[in-house]
Design a protein around this ligand. Sequence first.
Ligand code: A2P
Length: 348
Amino acid sequence: MPKSYRVAILGATGAVGTELLDLLAERNFPLADLKLLASPRSAGQRLKFQGETLEIEAVGDRSFDQIDLVLASAGGSTSKAWVDAIVQAGAVMIDNSSAFRMRPDVPLVVPEVNPEAAATHQGIIANPNCTTILMAVAVYPLHQIQPIQRIVASTYQSASGAGARAMEEVKVQAQAILNDQVPKTEIFPYPLAFNLFPHNTPINDQGYCEEEMKMVNETRKIFGVPNLRVTATCIRVPVLRAHSESINLEFGSPFGVEQAREVLSQAPGVKLVEDWKANYFPMPMEASGKDEVLVGRIRQDISDPNCLELWLSGDQIRKGAALNAVQIAELLVEQDQVRPAKQAVTVQ
Ligand code: A2P
């Protein structure tokens, strides 16, 4: 009889949490039980799942007893607060926060890129940063044909990256501006409606914000290339959902545009979207709700024959977060690696 698993979603009421719920149903994940956890604010609220009504519980000391797998999407501080309880309960945590991503004992997994890493887990697997996942899915297939020497990325990140309340804030701000009122800010430091600003994570001594450094360090770890040259500029834009990225890739010698198109048209998790005559390329509105990363505008960089330019849009909540986490869970099921941290690792 196929195995089934007792799963908990930590942060079930959030933007990513509710998407996790949808994806578990949609993809028919082998569930024996599903527990929805959030903060005490949401305790007692109800959510629908496959025709049943499930009640949200406030996360607590006994929440992870009898749980095999925890999908965590309640932010880094909540993940840090509960990781020991989760691992000690013998569950595997797939964590959407940045809390553990760079720990050497924690695999950082994009299933289309490094699925083999999942099996090495010691109780925690990290889901990478959203912009990093979208970029990795789009550029890794090219890297496999010819190693990438340098990546220059500029991002156009939607409000959804800051959670459900941030999406709501942008709508309220837009209404205020249309009514000639001063927009209120709560989640974001500045009005995002009809505006944009560089990503508001802390800035380091070199002038890079945390989001940009995530793209640098996480891409290196996922690709297994510790010295890969990556630079990024991350910008928040007044889009509700789905991030976009402009990416310049440098190779050791010219990479034919036609070959790049051919490779990407067959790449897992990628959909090529290009109609040059119609000037039609990936857009966040069309990427929203889709599993694939939309990639297009592939062209040779006229300033350097060894470089390619491309443009992508991908659903940050889906492939950039919830879908990637569920795909990792599916990998663990396939590899029979939903196991407590201390059990021997058998990489197939
Ligand atoms: P709650 O709705 O009870 O605040 P988003 O990223 O969309 O803002 O969602 C964050 C998710 O994390 C929500 O489900 C939220 O629950 C949950 N969360 C936030 N803080 C905590 C906490 N301290 N303990 C448990 N869950 C939390």
